[in-house]
Structures are given as C-alpha cells and as structure tokens.
Design a protein around this ligand. Structure first.
Ligand SMILES: [Zn+2]
Length: 605
C-alpha cells in the first residue's frame, strides 16, 4: 500500500521543482488513500482482462497515485503532470538514469529470458542491456534495494538499475511475456501434430477467418504496435525478414532502412499470418508470392497498406508499403521551396496549357510534389485526370486511371483516350518512351496543362532526354513551361539541434565561394528519442527550378547543348540543386552529409 513517508518525499520534491503547488500536495495527502483504493480496483480489473486470469497482484505506487490526480503543471499550466514527468524528477532525485521504454527497441530475447513472467510482474523489473560484467535493469521502485541485491546474487553480475515509468514497464512485461506464453502454449498444444512452428498459421486457418482468440492477443497487439510505430516514425516501408535463427523488422524512415526489432523465429510465422489475414491473403499459401492491401486509421487519416509476401530460404518475407496521405499530400508551401522558387513554381502551375516536368531519381519526392501540386490546383471548375502506375494515393478530386500494360493501357496509349474526357490538367506518371513523350507534347499543344516526371539528374538534361525521344525541338520549345529537378534531404531534428560549424574542407568540397579561412555556422542533431538517435526528423526538398524563358526557348530550337541551356538558366538566377542544398545547410535545415549524398552525382558546371 501507499507509504506516507515516500509519498511526502515525492510531493516535496515536486513542489521544490516547481511542478506542483503546495495546495496540490495537501490534496494528495488528504485524499490519496481513498483514491488509491479506486485505482487498485480499476487496475486489478484491467490486469485480469489483460492477463486472462483471476488472481493478480497489484500494488499502487506513490508516483502512480500522484499522476492519477492529473494536476496542471505549476510551471506550464497547459500541460498535465504525467507519470513520465514525475518518474523523471524522481530518477533525478535518487540519482538513477531515467529510461523511456520503447517496446520496439527492446531486445525481446533478453527481456523474456532474463526473468520469468511472474517474477518480472511481481517485482516490476525487466532487463534492458547486458554485458559480461553487468546487467542493466529497468525498475519502477527506486527504494527496492532488496530486489537489486537479490538480482546481483542470482545473476552473479553487477546490477545497474535505471528508472522507468511503471505503466510502461508493466505493458512491456505483459506483452513480451504474454507473447512468449501464448507461443509456448501453441507449441505445446500442437507439438504432436506439427513438426515446426511455421505451421502455427494453419491453426488460425482452422479457426476460421475470424479474429484470433484471447490467448493469441499478444500477436494481434504486436502487429498493431508495429504498424503504429511505423506511422509514428513516418516509415514508408516495413520489412519483415526471416533469417536462420531469428527474424528482423526493418523500417524505411526518411529514406533510410533501419533495423527496428528482432523477433524470435517462433513468433515470426504468427505475425506474418496476422498481417496476411489483415490483407486478405491466403494464409495457407506460403510458396507463391502474394499481394494484398488493407486500410487502417491513424490519427485522422486513413492509411493504406500494401502487403507483398514472397518465399525465401528461411520463410516468407513480407514487405508492407505505407501510403500515408500525410506524407504524399502536403501544402506546396511545406515541400521545401524557398519563397522565390515557390512563386516561380506557382506561376508555372498557373498556365492553362503547356508542359511542366519534375525530374529526379527514384525516391526524390517527385510523387509528393505532383500530388501536392494537383491538390493545390484542384477546384470544381477544372477537370484533373491522372494516369498512374500505380495509383499511390486516392484523391477524390482527381480522376485517376491506373495503367495496365498487360491489356495495352499504357501512358502513351491512354493519353490519346483521355483527351476525349475533356481534361484541363493531365498528370502523366512518367515520360519514359517516345510514344508517351510525343502524345504528352500533343496534349500540351492542344490546350491542356500536362504535368509529368522524368528520370534525369538535373533540369537541363530533361530537355536532352526529350529530344532523344524524337520530340521535335520547335514543338518542345513551344510547349515546355518549366522543369524542376528535385532531391530529398533529411531535416535536422528540431528537438535535439545544436550549433555546429562547417569545416573549411567541407565548405571547399561544396565549392562555397569565399569559404577559405571562414567557419560557417550550421546546425546538427545530437540525437534524441524523437529522432531515434539519428539526429534527423522528416525530409525536405532541394529544387532546381528552371522556367523556360524566351531565350532558353530559342536555345532549344537552335539545338543548343545542355551546358549552354544550363548556363543561361544560371544567368537568370537559377539555383542548382547543390546551391539550394548549401542554402538549406546555412539555414540550419539540413547537413553537409545529406546534401553531398544527394548531389554528388551532379556535374559541377
Ligand atoms: Zn532528435
């Protein structure tokens, strides 16, 4: 039960730190005992439900009790004093590190094998790191020295305690050990019939297509967790990869693949089955590749997930692509344009006829720019038709047509049919062959705004590519409005950004004029929970915006070289992708490494 001496100690500490008022302190001391009884009843009922058994031990802690009052913070009345804040203050007070437990960053094997479930549950302890000499354990009660002493004896190692929120600790214990228990149980039940656990999925199939029963809830919850974590981190892809002894969960976050979690091999098939079930794939079929999709809700958005499974040497590999409208569709102000370039881009989109191109390699953000620009243009007065391969995001204001090359529906052929649909704006997924290029130019010539993408490294080379596709120079010079080359760079995490300087070598490598002997102030992320210790959070665009001026138009007609065209555009004030990157570095938005990574393939003229 609640110990008054400890409760008073924590309350005094919170008052001293300016987190609560003396009145709050009195409130807890007066009404605490009664409240603690309510919490206990609620929590017991919740635990019974979660654990699926009648007998549960539960002790309400002093921190939990104070958090239950939901006081407004004295130093910040808009914020509620939560368990995390109290636990952090307590950790600081008793001289222990605080740890924010993230279930997906914990080592499943270490957590489930260091202590048994009932022990972990009773003593509220999990192992979070282990070396030869020491075991780091997350605990909720800093006064339980007895626990730490017995752990040291029992493990024969130094024990390094860190303090965690009790509710998170309990959640991890219930999920991890619950997961393990249900896997074990399934293994026991089916051992006689089924030689290996990969057949566990047949159990679900036999069960009917409905939900798993309560003992399998950990699998359901683990998948739910994984998806929510992916959405939180704005992951674009989730990979589930079986290996010989375990399985990996990797996520592509801001364009970079990170290993997020390791799963025990025994658990893997159940998770894969759950995902396949959600995507309405054939669970029993494991030798043929399959594709499916499902939708789920995240915050206020509907997120579409495309699931693809393929057999590999160690089992099925599953990749889930996340089509998050929050990523694909943005205000064009948020794409990363500087004011002048944004104005030029808006002016290009303001034309009622002609062609606008966005160019760059795969993954450079072209689709987001296109969708966001079409969204900017859409109104009841104009008819927007898109030809896409595949449709990445459904937007009710666009008339979206998927390409089906197998039955002859290609960009080139569909363009002709679409003209009969009286479009004002036509988006063509990509210009990659002569037929598409020529039909797109025709559409642009006959009074439509055509927006498309190409795979070229910079703006000027798009012109050369179109001429290579047998587009006639005088037609091209007549319809081309502008070309934008694009790259994506990761943004410095705003939560852990610190001042830094660009070294002279770096400045020279970027060919910054007047860099010699100067130290330019920049920003970099030190790494924090919010950015998964990468120092980056979110991405922004670098843009090379090349409007086709009368002089450039003449150069195209005269079959000038790409270099001549680029030189002319630079004279008009165009920033190259690299210049754009340098400006973003100078603004503290991104880093030297990011800009070099996406622009080092470019010619320096
Ligand atoms: Zn950060």
């Amino acid at each position: 039960m609640i110990r008054t001496d400890r409760l008073t100690e924590i309350l005094d500490l919170l008052v001293a730190r300016g987190l609560i008022h003396a009145g709050n302190r009195a409130d807890v001391l007066n009404r605490g005992r009664e409240q603690a009884r309510h919490i206990l009843l609620d929590k017991r009922a919740e635990m019974r439900r979660l654990l699926g058994r009648h007998r549960v031990d539960y002790r309400v802690t002093e921190v939990e009790l104070i958090a239950f009052f939901r006081f407004r913070r004295a130093d910040d009345p808009d914020t509620i004093l939560d368990e995390e804040t109290i636990t952090r203050a307590l950790a600081d007070h008793v001289g222990l590190p605080f740890v924010h437990l993230d279930p997906l960053q914990l080592d499943y094997k270490l957590v489930t094998e260091s202590f048994g479930g009932p022990f972990a549950e009773r003593h509220l302890v999990i192992a979070v790191a282990e070396t030869e000499q020491a075991l780091t354990v997350a605990i909720a009660d800093p006064w339980d020295t007895e626990l730490l002493e017995s752990l040291a004896r029992f493990k024969g190692k130094e024990i390094h305690p860190v303090l965690a929120e009790k509710s998170r600790l309990l959640q991890v214990i219930i999920e991890f050990h619950g997961f393990r228990r249900s896997m074990r149980k399934a293994e026991e039940d089916f051992r006689s019939d089924l030689p290996d656990l990969s057949n566990l999925e047949q159990l679900y199939a036999l069960d009917g297509a409905g939900e798993l029963d309560a003992t399998d809830q950990p699998v359901v919850r683990a998948v739910w967790y994984l998806l929510n974590y992916a959405f939180d981190q704005r992951a674009s892809d989730i990979h589930l990869e079986p290996k010989r002894d375990e399985a990996f969960v990797r996520m592509r976050i801001d364009g970079v693949l990170h290993t997020i979690h390791r799963l025990p091999k025994a658990v893997y098939p159940a998770m894969v089955s759950r995902i396949k079930m959600l995507a309405r794939l054939d669970i029993a079929e494991r030798r043929r590749p399959q594709d499916g999709r499902f939708k789920t809700q995240y915050k206020k958005y509907e997120v579409e997930l495309r699931v693809s499974s393929v057999p590999t040497a160690f089992g099925e590999k599953v990749v889930i692509r996340v089509f998050d409208p929050g990523v694909l569709l943005q205000d064009i102000e948020q794409l990363g344009f500087f004011p002048r370039e944004l104005q030029t881009w808006r002016a290009m989109l303001g034309n009622t006829a002609g062609m606008v191109l966005v160019v760059g390699p795969t993954g450079s953000g072209k689709t987001t720019t296109l969708y966001s620009s079409l969204h900017y243009l859409h109104s009841p007065r104009i008819n927007i038709v898109t030809l896409e391969d595949p449709i990445e995001m459904v937007h009710e204001a666009f008339n979206q047509i998927p390409m089906q090359p197998r039955i002859g529906v290609t960009f080139g052929s569909a363009l002709k049919n679409v003209l009969r649909q009286d479009p004002d704006v036509i988006m063509v997924g990509e210009v990659r062959d002569a037929e598409t290029a020529q039909n797109a130019i025709q559409a642009a010539l006959t009074g439509h705004l055509v927006i498309s993408t190409m795979h070229t490294s910079d703006a000027a080379s798009a012109i050369g590519r179109l001429l290579d596709l047998d587009v006639l120079p005088f037609l091209l010079s007549g319809v081309l409005i502008g070309v934008v080359a694009q790259r994506l760079v990761r943004k410095v995490c705003p939560h852990c950004a610190v001042d830094d300087v660009l070294t002279e070598e770096q400045a020279l490598a970027l060919r910054i004029k007047g860099a010699r002997g100067r130290r330019l102030k920049v920003r970099r992320g030190e790494g924090c929970v919010k950015c998964r210790y990468t120092g980056y959070r979110g991405r922004t665009g670098l843009f090379e915006v090349m409007p086709i001026t009368p002089r450039i138009s003449k150069l195209i007609t005269d079959k000038a070289t790409q270099q001549e065209i680029k030189r002319e555009a630079l004279n008009d004030g165009m920033l190259t992708l690299r210049d754009y990157g340098i400006m973003k570095i100078a603004h503290g938005e991104t880093t030297f490494e990011e800009v070099v990574a996406v622009t080092d393939d470019l010619p320096l003229y």
